[in-house]
Design a protein around this ligand. Structure first.
Ligand code: IPE
Ligand code: IPE
Ligand code: MG
Length: 255
């Protein structure tokens, strides 16, 4: 199995002015709709527009990986009609947008537990991933029925299956190739819209040294300028990865 890009706890990654990998919790759709006296699902519908805008903006800025949390492993707890609307929306998006993504040299990946999805959705996901597999412009990852704990557990399971004879403990770097995002560097910047300041079981392993950014802006209202503000905040951070500030100026100043 290919080696992961880097592990922030094993070595110090290169820092670039534009984050290589941005991971976003797209939150606040329901409240956006409620403020406008509309049903919650209208917020989800409008949220798709923001997704389009973010993909375009990231592609233009040279972000290499954009990872969006679309549906968590805990979102099944929502009312059945909202869950089914979200699944339909996901299928429609795949139908309508994949050709456009492909034209724009975007590689699509979907992470999460697919076992609860309808067969048709699973087929659509596989077809979209296959079609765009060799694109190099931007890797767009949609986290659907994803949970950070699920991810660590499935990786651990796969790793132990691959080494049934193993009696000694596994190391960190042996697990990372089995995690859902093994193909990407760890996120540089995490953004959560909608005002909550929590991780909600998103990329638990990968966020170890990610810069966190929280904004009250609701996802349907998040735009290019809001993204730029998040990146500007990121650019002011000092990413120490455990070292002292003095060491940074000598060894590897922030780019
Ligand atoms: C995020 O918006 C979208 C999903 C979780 C699918 P919400 O639906 O959580 O919106 P709020 O947080 O209720 O406003
Ligand atoms: C997190 O949002 C999940 C997604 C955006 C897909 P939630 O709205 O589900 O998170 P909580 O429940 O407020 O933590
Ligand atoms: Mg929410």
């Amino acid at each position: 199995m290919a080696l992961p890009f880097f592990s922030s706890t094993r070595s110090i990654p290169d820092i670039t002015a534009v984050p290589r990998h941005i991971a976003i919790i797209m939150d606040g759709n329901g409240r956006w709709a409620k403020q406008r006296f509309m049903p919650r699902v209208m917020g989800h519908q409008r949220g798709v527009e923001t997704v389009r805008e973010m993909v375009k903006a990231c592609r233009r800025m040279g972000v290499e990986y954009l990872t969006l949390f679309a549906f968590s492993s805990e979102n099944w707890r929502r009312p059945a009609d909202e869950v089914s609307f979200l699944m339909q929306l996901f299928m429609k998006m795949l139908e309508r947008e994949v050709a456009k993504l492909h034209e724009n040299d975007i590689r699509l990946k979907v992470i999460g537990d697919r076992s609860r999805f309808e067969a048709q959705l699973v087929q659509q996901i596989e077809a979209a991933e296959q079609l765009t597999a060799n694109n190099t412009g931007l890797t767009l990852t949609i986290a659907a029925n994803y949970g950070g704990r699920w991810d660590i557990m499935q990786a651990m399971h796969a790793l132990s299956q691959a080494h049934p004879e193993r009696v000694t403990a596994f190391g960190e770097e042996e697990l990372t190739p089995y995690l859902s995002m093994h193909y990407a560097p760890e996120p540089d910047l995490f953004i959560r819209t909608g005002g909550e300041q929590r991780i909600s079981n998103f990329l638990l392993w990968q966020l170890a040294y990610t810069e966190l950014y929280f904004t009250d802006t609701l996802w349907p209202a998040f735009d290019r300028a809001a993204l730029e503000a998040a990146i500007q905040s990121y650019q002011k951070r000092e990413r120490r990865f455990g070292r002292t500030s003095e060491q940074l100026t000598v060894d590897q100043p922030n780019a």
